[in-house]
Write a protein that binds this ligand. Sequence first.
Ligand code: AMP
Length: 394
Amino acid sequence: MKILVANLGSTSFKYRLFSFSGEAETLLAKGGYERVEDFGAVISDALKNLIDGGHLESMDDLAGVGFKTVLGKDLSGCVLADERTLAALDGFAQIAPAHNPAYAAGIRQFQRLTRAPCVALFETSFYQWMPESAKHYGVPRAWREAGIRRYGFHGASHKFIAERSAELLGRDDVAGRVRQLYVRGPGEEPAQPLRVISCHLGGSSSVAGMRSGVAMGCSFGLSPQSGLPHNNRVGDLDSMAIAVAMKELGISFDEALRQLSKEGGLLGLSGCSNDIRDVVAAMEAGNADAAVAIDVFVHSIRQWIGSFFFEMGGAEALVFTAGIGENQALVRERVCAGLAPLGIELDTGRNAGFRAAEGDLATPASRTRILVIPTNEELVVARETRRLLLSRSS
Ligand code: AMP
């Protein structure tokens, strides 16, 4: 069974083609296009290349196309990308303006070009079962009814971590629960809970707390602008800030939103780069703003870890993933500093040279394992697309 995963940005299209046969999951091909103006043309080109390259016999060889959609109005989960899904994407286009219109356009193009069913895995899916206390802001009821609440994103990544961390910790019961989450729901919690705090630190960053594979909350709230500071997006911000900036800086509302989504985060804090490698290098060269940027980023990660650690009454594992989490030893060391009294103890020697691999960086005495797990969001989209298609045909 061959599943194509389409990753769409406002001007980019990337894809991965997976093959599933029994237990075997194989990445057959991947590719992408930047500065796209005509999505129809590049999608046709990608499909032609997959056929010419021998990865697909014909268009009919494609069993399904999966999309990692961000969020939809009144819709979440892993669903067929039909008119209801397109309407849901359109309904919340304002919340994810770089992604929802691009995904809606991409889904329409695939529907036109192939007969393969299109499937949307919403990034919010993983948070469907989080407690009510983690879902709401203190806003008036009418705001809540308009859909203003915490949704959570990076669902595919945190789900991958939930499953993989359970496997690494020898908890196949929890891994199996995670695997079936979107098909069967969470069901009964295993008698022995498994508490994992997952830190996805990359261009976009988030922390999620997971109890036996089910999300308890996420640092992301209403939009991908929220939570931790991102590479160039703001993260959490007081609701009065935009009004003050408009008055003090004489900028329009749209300009304020643009600056917060393009000139905030690590870039805004450091004043030098949106890439943490540059920010660390600048800090090491004595740049005080770069040092503050790293301090704010680490502080924010620790606040969220602390919140889930407290809320869940501890954690069996703390996981680092994505570009920064997998590669940036300094951030991992700063995040874990001084936590030995809580039973979180990093082996700093092993951490220093560790990158781009799977491993446990906790000392033997640490009560909480400190894992690095390279994430694989596309594989989650492909797996869930396959599960949905199989559940429909059985
Ligand atoms: P992602 O969104 O997961 O692709 O992560 C992208 C971010 O990860 C980049 O902006 C970098 O700051 C960081 N990153 C990627 N590779 C490395 C590396 N080898 N060492 C340190 N940081 C890295």
